[in-house]
Design a protein around this ligand. Structure first.
Ligand SMILES: Cc1cc2nc3c(=O)[nH]c(=O)nc-3n(C[C@H](O)[C@H](O)[C@H](O)COP(=O)(O)O)c2cc1C
Length: 298
């Protein structure tokens, strides 16, 4: 029988997510609390913003999209992430008051990596990290907006971890083996991600979550996940499969473009409200109680 082959990891991820269904447990259930503690700080939700870059002003408004979504994160008391940017832009993110993790690119210019990490720490970042899944491109080492990327060795990553008192987050982990390596190098969190499908046939992050959770048992490493997350149901499934928190991604862009801070805040609140509803309907009162007993794979 003929069939259509798909190599796009975004589509594979969406299909996997939608193949997971949810059972109810209602008697004795209560209205759930979506609050979480991360690195000693209390947040209102395990929903996070994605590590985005290069969002300019939208709809003729004054602030860039990066500042607008950071303000929404601040207003909601959720953890904020940003990606590739220069220090002056990062300062503007800090000025929004959002608790922000700065994900620095694996630049070939190692002095730039260290400078951006130090700047972030001095400016008052909540955490720092690196997206290790943006090293390679089809022609070898990638060039991102004119900036050369470079291989990152264990020694280099250990030196970043040791250079800061902030939690260090490694973004772009997609195997149990690499998750354990991150823990050994001193990372305080990993983001299980295929970076919106950079790798053909990349395994859906939620498919490797249970294995990664098991591999990191007893280690002090938070598991964050992203890719293809657009609803509270998606977040719930990720938590049930082993994540501590989950970031939305391009799913927030239409609300951001149209409505700025208010628009994206409404989107994030809707995601969190759906998460609370599903937690309540499945008998989990708190985020750290959620497990996979109410999931069914079809
Ligand atoms: C406009 C845009 C800019 C991004 N910039 C970065 C970045 O600088 N650093 C990074 O680690 N990831 C970056 N990402 C990837 C996201 O952080 C995230 O991993 C991805 O969008 C998740 O997939 P999803 O959009 O399908 O949910 C970017 C994504 C987009 C759409």
């Amino acid at each position: 029988m003929a069939y259509d082959r798909i190599s796009d990891a975004n589509e594979i991820t969406a299909r996997y997510m939608d193949s997971i269904l949810i059972k109810e447990r209602l008697i004795d259930s209560v209205v759930a609390d979506t609050g979480v503690e991360l690195f000693g700080e209390r947040f209102a939700s395990p929903v996070m913003t994605p590590a985005f870059s290069h969002l300019k002003q939208m709809g003729g408004r004054e602030l860039t999209g990066l500042e607008e979504y950071s303000l929404a994160a601040k207003n909601m008391n959720i953890l904020n992430f940003v990606g590739m940017m220069e220090n002056d832009m990062f300062q503007r993110i800090i000025d929004t008051g959002a608790k922000t993790v700065r994900i620095v690119k694996p630049y070939a210019d190692n002095a730039k990596v260290k400078d951006q990490m130090k700047f972030a720490e001095d400016a008052g970042a909540f955490g720092i990290g690196m997206d290790i899944d943006h090293i390679f491109g089809n022609e070898g080492l990638d060039v991102v907006i004119g900036e050369q990327m470079a291989v990152q060795t264990s020694d280099m990553i250990r030196s970043y971890v040791e250079s800061t008192s902030l939690p260090f987050v490694i973004k772009g982990v997609l195997s149990e083996e690499e998750a354990v390596k991150c823990a050994d190098l001193g990372a305080k969190a990993i983001i299980v991600s295929h970076h919106h499908g950079r790798l053909p046939y990349a395994v859906p992050p939620m498919m490797v979550l249970p294995g990664i959770r098991k591999a990191l048992e007893g280690r002090d490493v938070k598991i964050i996940v992203d890719c293809g997350i657009s609803s509270g149901a998606d977040v719930y499934k990720c938590l049930a499969l082993g994540a501590d928190a989950a970031a939305v991604g391009r799913s927030m862009l239409p609300s951001l473009e149209e409505g700025g801070t208010q628009g994206v805040q409404k989107f994030l609140e809707d995601v969190n409200n759906e998460l609370r509803f599903i937690m309540s309907c499945t008998g989990f009162a708190r985020v750290d109680e959620i497990d996979d007993r109410c999931l069914v794979k079809c």
